[in-house]
Design a protein around this ligand. Structure first.
Ligand SMILES: [Fe+2]
Ligand SMILES: [Fe+2]
Length: 296
């Protein structure tokens, strides 16, 4: 039986809670105006609920959520966000890494940790980078969410996290596990400068040296597949998903998520990706299958 991993991202939970004027005396004012002008007509709770129902119906062994549950980092966004994580499973079956909208301003760090902390810690209770072993998988969670100035949506890993990532990749390679790296910001993207992973080059250097079997990301709200160089000419797939709440026709891509069916053993992994999307009529269905291992 293959191990099935579901990946969804960028929930951008709607509706936005009531906002006090004092809450907007920060970067939040730009995010609030952006929500009112654009995002609230894109991200729909009903779309998300249908997507989560479809994930549950597929009965995955584990679910990865790669950030941006919140919108402008208000305290009132984190309890409803927790309820969404709870609806997907428990910290034993769901792994979460934060995005830039979850760590929108400095005080959002504490909100996220208190409400969602057990979904973003490893088996040993450690913070980022964390490690969860599930079946043949090593799930390694990274945090790119750092508070940034207005109009900036960049992410940063930092030297300490990158060094620890290299050590974790080595250890789990030696354990012959299928290494899945969870990261909000894409390592490869066509996004403008103010939205990128600032240390993407350093991240790719770590992957080139230490390897990984699969990298899952969100942030760009698009179906994306890029290959990053690994050791010994390996090609490591880096895959992005659309927002899980994007109303059909309203965003860059309709709401969707991916399923990965993984089996085999180190040196002979098989991994098939199943792409499920919401069609214009609101029905969620499989639209594509791609074999990622052996490398296409
Ligand atoms: Fe997002
Ligand atoms: Fe993002």
């Amino acid at each position: 039986m293959p191990f099935t991993l579901a990946h969804l991202s960028d929930i951008h939970l709607a509706p936005l809670p009531a906002v006090h004027v004092l809450d907007l005396c920060s970067k939040r004012i730009t995010g609030y105006l952006n929500w009112q002008r654009k995002r609230r007509s894109v991200h729909e709770r009903a779309v998300l609920d249908r997507m989560i129902a479809d994930v549950s119906a597929q009965a995955p062994d584990h679910v990865a959520v790669t950030g941006d549950i919140a919108n402008i980092g208000l305290e009132a966004e984190y309890a409803p966000g927790r309820a969404v994580l709870d609806s997907l499973g428990t910290p034993a079956t769901v792994s979460f890494v934060p995005g830039n909208h979850d760590i929108y301003v400095a005080e959002s760090i504490g909100f996220a940790d208190r409400a969602w902390g057990d979904f973003m810690r490893g088996d040993g209770g450690e913070g980022f980078p964390y490690l969860k072993r599930r079946g043949p998988l090593a799930l390694i969670g990274l945090n790119t969410g750092v508070p940034t100035p207005p109009f900036q949506a960049t992410g940063t890993l930092g030297e300490a996290q990158l060094a620890a990532l290299g050590a974790l990749l080595d250890r789990t390679r030696d354990e012959k596990l299928f290494r899945v790296v969870l990261i909000h910001h894409p390592p490869v993207s066509d996004s403008p400068h103010h939205k990128v992973l600032t240390d993407a080059t350093a991240f790719m250097r770590v992957i080139a040296q230490h390897g990984a079997e699969l990298i899952l990301h969100g942030h760009d709200h698009l179906d994306m597949l890029n290959f990053i160089a690994g050791p010994n000419d390996a090609r490591v797939p880096a895959v992005g998903v659309p927002s899980a709440s994007a109303a059909p026709g309203a965003d860059k891509a309709n709401a969707g998520y991916h399923l990965y069916r993984i089996e085999g053993e180190a040196g002979a992994w098989r991994c098939e990706m199943v792409v499920r999307e919401m069609e214009m009529d609101g029905v969620v269905k499989e639209v594509r299958r791609v074999t990622l291992c052996p490398s296409p």
